[in-house]
Design a protein around this ligand. Structure first.
Ligand SMILES: *Cc1c(COP(=O)(O)O)cnc(C)c1O
Length: 473
């Protein structure tokens, strides 16, 4: 019945630890506000009931929306043309690399098939290069997390004859503005290669820097990160690519057109129905608002660094001691010293009412934290206070008061059922388990499941469907 359905949906949302309860400080993912006013229009029939292959004269509203978005994203990035076909960042990478490949072939340089990728890159970069038929060559990073210039130079020289492209993320996934970006782009261009700038970190650049200005030939833009489309849980995304003019002829074409031979998705404009969200965001923010968002995103990350760096070492910083819009906290020394793991700390954050940050990417044993501009100082402080309180819980293990195995960290998160059970065999109190410092009992988020074995879960498929006999009945 509708009543049951309503309650079922409510039950699901009560279980969720989502942005309507807490910041989701997932580094690299840019979990910013998805404003209601941006979301509402995608429910309007004019946007959500149109077939992707509707004749062009019946889709003039979409054409106008696409034209605005193309103009705005070109202005933001410095590129000359866009394709809205890719449905994700990874698909944008693939489309961009296909464009680069076609460009080299059109110039009689089809032998160029090496793609240089720094060790700090997101896993999708080498995967996309591989799918585009390129040979991936990894470039080292130095101790500060920057691309190793000498190694880059050596590999560009060694592959001068067969260099197709370099893929670089700016600011890097190490959370810093790489200072040698222009030098690297110049080096690659001089050797006849093309520069793919991974645009996933545009949230640290919009209004301040443009990929095409410092050397990019092509980039994807994760509209589901920087431009407010909600994501997580496998929802639809959009990863349009921007290119400089020389690559524009090689953008993917309409898959419904028999004369077109390169298309990366089944619809000409990908998941077009979610584009009104990004359109509304850009239109509402305007030039000044977008720039301010970038500045506040960077400020927020640096505020977290300044509050937490005495308790947790910050793995990488730029030459001036600052980070970009995200930061990596190194938890490996804690594991090495007392055996408390990055997972223990991530799960414990759930007891404090927080979604965990990104764990073990791009460096194993670390947290990558990205607050975004959407969080105010009160929420940043609530998060920093929780992280500092967890540091004190680790200190109890360091001081030998409890072992890591017996600690509140190892048994986190604590469900309501666990803390109210007749039997309680932990050395810490029930209060400490579920109401640690800063947690208000009135607004407490109660985890639904206790610790699960992640690795076991990833490796063992558990089918929960009814068996065939039940179906026959
Ligand atoms: C998110 C991300 C990607 C991949 O984007 P998807 O939309 O998830 O496919 C690529 N590179 C970086 C640096 C990212 O953060």
């Amino acid at each position: 019945s509708e009543t049951d359905m309503l309650r079922y949906l409510r039950r699901l949302s009560d279980k969720d630890l989502a942005l309507d309860r807490t910041m989701i400080p997932l580094g690299s993912c840019t979990m910013k506000l998805n404003a209601t006013v941006e979301m509402l229009p995608i429910t309007w029939p004019g946007f959500c009931d149109l077939h992707p292959y509707a004749p062009a004269d019946q889709a003039q509203g979409y054409q106008s929306l696409l034209a605005d978005l193309e103009r705005w994203l070109c202005a933001i990035s410095g590129y000359d043309a866009m394709s809205f076909q890719p449905n994700s960042g990874a698909q944008g990478e693939y489309a961009g690399l296909l464009a680069i490949r076609a460009y080299h072939r059109a110039r009689g340089q089809g032998e160029r098939n090496v793609c240089l990728i720094p060790a700090s890159a997101h896993g999708t970069n080498p995967a996309s290069a591989q799918m585009a038929g390129m040979n991936v060559v990894v470039v080292k990073c130095d101790d500060e997390g920057n691309i190793d210039l000498e190694d880059m130079q050596a590999k560009v020289m060694a592959h001068a004859a067969d260099l197709s492209a370099v893929m670089i993320t700016y600011p890097s996934t190490h959370g810093v503005f790489e200072e040698n970006m222009r030098a690297i782009c110049d080096m690659v261009h001089a050797a006849g290669g093309q520069v793919y700038v991974d645009g996933a970190n545009m949230n640290a650049q919009v209004g301040l820097a443009r990929p095409a200005d410092y050397g990019g030939d092509v980039s994807h833009f994760n509209l589901h990160k920087t431009f407010c489309i909600p994501h997580g849980g496998g929802g639809p995304g959009m990863g349009p690519i921007g290119v400089r003019a020389h690559l524009a002829p090689f953008l993917p074409g309409n898959p419904a057109d028999a004369a077109v031979d390169v298309a990366v998705s089944a619809a000409q404009f990908g998941s077009a129905s979610i584009l009104p969200i990004s359109w509304a965001y850009i239109r509402l923010m305007g030039d000044e608002g977008l720039k301010r968002a970038t500045q506040v995103a960077i400020l927020n990350a640096n505020y977290i660094v300044s509050r937490l760096s005495d308790a947790y070492p910050v793995l990488y910083r730029g030459a001036k001691g600052r980070v970009a819009h995200e930061c990596i906290l190194d938890l490996r020394p804690i594991k090495d010293n007392v055996g408390v793991t990055v997972d223990d700390m991530a799960k414990r954050l759930v007891d404090y009412g927080f979604h965990a940050p990104t764990v073990s990417f791009p460096v194993a044993g670390t947290f990558m934290i990205e607050p975004t501009e959407s969080e105010g100082k009160a929420e940043l402080d609530r998060f920093c206070d929780a992280m500092l309180a967890i540091r004190e819980e680790v200190r109890a293990v360091e001081q030998g008061t409890v072992t890591a195995e017996q600690s509140v960290l190892r048994h986190a998160p604590h469900t309501g059922a666990a803390v109210t059970a007749e039997v309680w065999e932990h050395p810490y109190s029930r209060q400490q388990a579920c109401f640690p410092p800063g947690v208000n009992p009135a607004t407490k988020y109660w985890p639904n499941v206790a610790r699960i074995d992640n690795v076991y879960g990833d490796r063992n498929l558990v089918c929960s469907c009814p068996d065939i006999a039940e179906w026959m009945e």
